[in-house]
Ligand binder design. Sequence first.
Ligand code: CMC
Length: 378
Amino acid sequence: SSAEEYSKGLAGIYVAKSSICTVGVKGAGLNYRGYDIKELAANSTFEEVAFLLIYGYLPTEEELLGYCRTLSSLRDIPGALKDCLERIPASAHPMDVLRTGCSILGTLEPESPTNNQFQIANRLIASFGSMLLYWHHWVSSGKRINCLTLAEDSTAKHFLKLLRYDGQEPSALHVRAVDVSLILYAEHDLAASSFAARVTTSTLTDFYSSICTAIGTLRGPLHGGANEAAMHLLAQYSSPDDAESGIMKMLAKKELIMGFGHRVYRNGDPRNPIIKEWSKRLANEQGGNMKLFEISERVEQVVFREKKMFPNLDFYSASAYSQVGIPTLFFTPVFVISRTTGWASHIIEQRSDNKLIRPSAIYTGPESRPYVPIKERK
Ligand code: CMC
């Protein structure tokens, strides 16, 4: 290709062959390894989807049971990691806590022939919630929590139990709402974080380095940080009418509305109707927040009316997570727990057919010029 042409942000450029997932092929839809996200969200569990993404096929009943047992056995975290987490200030962003926790685990349980990429993937999926919530309870109330929950508890239930840590069972509705959101967040082709993980992987570095890269990349508000940013936006409004005038002002100033738009989808994000339905369902339940749902729906209507833009998964994830009691700063960390499955699949795939990812830039700097000795510089 000519050195004069390039695609800013790699928009529309194919940089890999992948058998993991399809995003917006023919303008719509999302499949994980050939299975429609709608069917997965309606019928499967997050653990089933994690197995599907990492091992490439849907597990049998027996395999799924074994996989859930494996994850349960990996939920506790080493004492040395707990010590490090206790030193992270309460003011730290929870995404920085996970990025750090991942890095520390990499020093304690490094990748090796006896701790391979599959084992590390499962370890991280099982323990990211533990890391986050161990740190949270320590810095917020000086409590050292026990990160183990019942062996049969799903990743979603483990998270909610550790979050609340009040000895109560979270409701089945709340557990399933989080479980479905983990399914929806699990994989999305070459989203910036998965691409970044593949770039890192392509140097033949270790698994943890690739996941640290991915967490840092997911953190920004144009990517995973959008769910947190969407909640900050919604929290400003006291009513749907208030939201309408606020959004109109933002659009007039050409400000970004977080949780809207997408690089690939042109006619809507297929994950949006699913998470929206869950947000609505939660709003109708006891303890739900119908006003928050109605404010969200008004924002959706106004942005579509004015800009023909549609919400992506992050938009109604905000009101759904808020209604199950997840603090706003933990929204993107929940995304990490889920997307580790997708990142792992991309790392494994990149390694199976590796070539160093090293593109080129079109140089626009100064022409070649003589070096100026320091005393002659003005
Ligand atoms: N609010 C207002 N205007 C927007 C938005 C938005 N959310 N998204 C795009 N636009 C405008 C954009 O400013 C541009 O206008 P103009 O042509 O006048 O410069 C036009 O629409 C085309 O957008 P673009 O910048 O070419 O789109 P992109 O493909 O580079 O960016 C995006 C995609 C997701 C980064 C962008 O839509 C955005 O910033 N959205 C808000 C953040 C967000 O919700 N991110 C989550 C993405 S999906 C899930 C995830 O990764 O977590």
